[in-house]
Design a protein around this ligand. Structure first.
Ligand SMILES: Cc1ncc(COP(=O)(O)O)c(C=O)c1O
Length: 428
């Protein structure tokens, strides 16, 4: 029997843990009844225009007929079957599709069940590759500050040491090398000084580094910064020079939100290992993938035990693979580049007035991502209801108010989002 909203909220508050929330005195949450298109419908009937795409995932919006059809068809065959010793059409078809879409050379696909797990798998691949190619002493990674790669222990260890959770779990986190965050903004003229710290770190420590891991072009939850493609090209060159693998974490940037299908394309580079997730299934069900080159696969197999040591229970879930195939088909058959370009222009115009507002440190836009960075952390208790009153769903964190709307959002709905951001920031 459906319970009323107040009972649901009371039980939720007492028993259900939410992301990054207290289990004792959590911040308020809103009960959702349904979602379709770009709108999230609350139990009390209010509708919110989604400016978050459910954390960079629902790029086509909600209740998308093409995705629902693919999943329903798959449900008629099997929702899941184990992947150890078995295989199936949705996984093979998706692997084939991904290999043709991603930057060249990535020919091996490992399906994981979340972005963080895809990062764990990428790290394992790199360490096993190092061992298999006679570089067993290379058991560290090099990354840049300002990064975010997930919340599991391996991933946390390469997140930004300040905005990440290093201080909480210091004693159990692996130690890696950190170069300064890329200082060159997307579109800035290149200066060799921008790569100096990274170059120094890789030159000094390459004998202990198996791989560099970073988010290409757009750093997400570690600071929402966009950096120059030239920086990524230099990183690729330096990795090659020092026989270090490059892991591109495109879990947030994959599938178009920076204006390129994959952010690596801005720089024309291909990584040795690539992580995908989030928008892979169009925001329907959880799935992630770690892709690698033949060379990485050969390296992994060249040292005992000769196998990649990972295998989640829900690996290559057929329902998720079917959703992913349908999502990719839908994306590629849509005018997504034009849509993202239009969103970029509207975000630029809509957020520009925040630029000189008191309390605003920076405004930046790339593709379908718009960011207003404030001087002080956002007071969520104050700000969240203000957004809801204006009919939009946004979820700021730290000093960052940002949006990454579904690509199908129209001009009027996007204006609601940017108007709400301006209002919260105190700009008319
Ligand atoms: C770049 C990046 N890597 C990894 C992750 C972790 O993905 P998940 O939350 O699916 O574990 C995220 C999630 O925000 C991300 O943005």
């Amino acid at each position: 029997m459906p319970r009323d909203a107040s009972e649901l909220l009371a039980f939720d508050r007492a028993h259900v843990w939410h992301p990054y929330a207290s289990g004792v005195d959590p911040l308020p949450v809103l009960p959702v009844a349904s979602a379709s298109g770009v709108r999230i419908r609350l139990v009390d009937g209010r509708e919110l225009v989604d400016g978050m795409s459910s954390w960079w995932a629902a790029i086509h919006g909600y209740r998308v007929p093409e995705l629902e059809r693919a999943m329903t068809e798959q449900l008629g065959k099997m929702a899941h079957v184990m992947f150890g010793g078995l295989t199936h059409e949705p996984a093979v078809a998706l692997a084939e599709r991904l290999i043709t879409l991603v930057p060249k050379g990535l020919t091996k696909v490992f399906f994981a069940d979340s972005g963080s797990v895809a990062v764990e798998v990428a790290i394992k691949m790199a360490l096993q590759w190092a061992a298999g190619t006679g570089r067993a002493q290379r058991n560290k990674l090099l990354t840049v500050r300002g990064g975010y790669h997930g919340d599991t222990f391996g991933a946390m260890a390469v997140c930004d040491p300040v905005t990440g959770m290093h201080s909480r779990f210091e004693r159990v986190l692996a130690e890696h090398h950190f170069a300064e965050a890329p200082r060159c903004r997307f579109g800035d003229a290149w200066d060799e000084d921008f790569i100096r710290d990274f170059r120094r770190k890789i030159e000094t420590y390459h004998h202990e580094i198996a791989a560099v891991i970073l988010e290409p072009i757009a750093q997400g939850a570690g600071g929402m910064r966009f950096y120059s493609p030239e920086y990524l090209r230099r990183v690729r060159e330096l990795c090659d020079e020092h026989h270090v693998l490059l892991i591109a974490d495109e879990i947030a940037t994959g599938f178009g939100c920076t204006g390129a299908l994959f952010a690596c394309e801005h720089a024309g580079v291909a990584p040795d290992i690539l992580c995908l997730g989030k928008a892979l299934t169009g925001g329907t069900v959880t799935l992630a993938a770690t892709l690698a080159t033949d060379e990485v696969a050969r390296g992994v197999s060249s040292a005992a035990p000769g196998q990649l040591m990972h295998g989640p229970t829900f690996m290559a879930n057929p329902l998720a693979c079917s959703a992913a195939l349908a999502s990719i088909d839908l994306l590629l058959s849509s005018p997504w580049r034009e849509r993202v370009r239009r969103i970029e222009g509207e975000l630029e115009r809509g957020l520009a007035p925040c630029r000189n507002a008191p309390g605003v440190r920076d405004v930046r836009v790339l593709g379908a991502i718009g960011v207003v960075e404030l001087e002080e952390p956002v007071d969520m208790l104050r700000v969240q209801p203000l957004f809801v009153d204006r009919g939009v769903w946004l979820r700021p964190f730290g000093r960052l108010v940002y949006t990454m709307p579904p690509y199908i959002i129209d001009t009027g709905d996007l204006a609601l989002v940017t108007d709400a951001i301006r209002a919260v920031v105190g700009v008319r």
